[in-house]
Design a protein around this ligand. Sequence first.
Ligand code: NI
Length: 171
Amino acid sequence: MSIQKIYQYPEPVLRKETEIITAFDEKLAHLVEEMVETMYDAPGVGLAAPQIGQSLKLIVVDTSRDSEEDQQQQQHMVIINPQIIKHEGSQVDEEGCLSVPELTAKVNRHKKITVTYQDLTGKEHELTTEDRFAVVLQHEIDHLNGILFIDHLSPLKRSLYKKKVKKWLKG
Ligand code: NI
């Protein structure tokens, strides 16, 4: 196991459409371990495979509760080949991304979603969730389609951020 490099905007791998996972094998389990370790090290609440340069439909999310007694125990979920099959309502919440440094912004998302996905053994699941966890899932699922949260911002905000990044890259 080792902590992986997190790719940042404008790396092209973040913009690629990802591949469906069909082999639920040792290699996949190893990749998941690396992603979990990388997510907790960052630290982040979720990580999608393209963020470590793997163009696959795979995300890990932190589901540890915030209360102090639970802090010792890190819990996470592995979500493979997810699809949002139902959504309702809308909500606006502050988002950031390990691949989009130095920026947080309010993003409009569905309030409640139903997602189908597979776990590490290939077993199929259906999950309905709302509020903050629904935001995290929508953000991570976007990554699997080459979408970053800056794509949901106004053209003006987005171009300001792009200019800032260009300046950093030059500097
Ligand atoms: Ni992100």
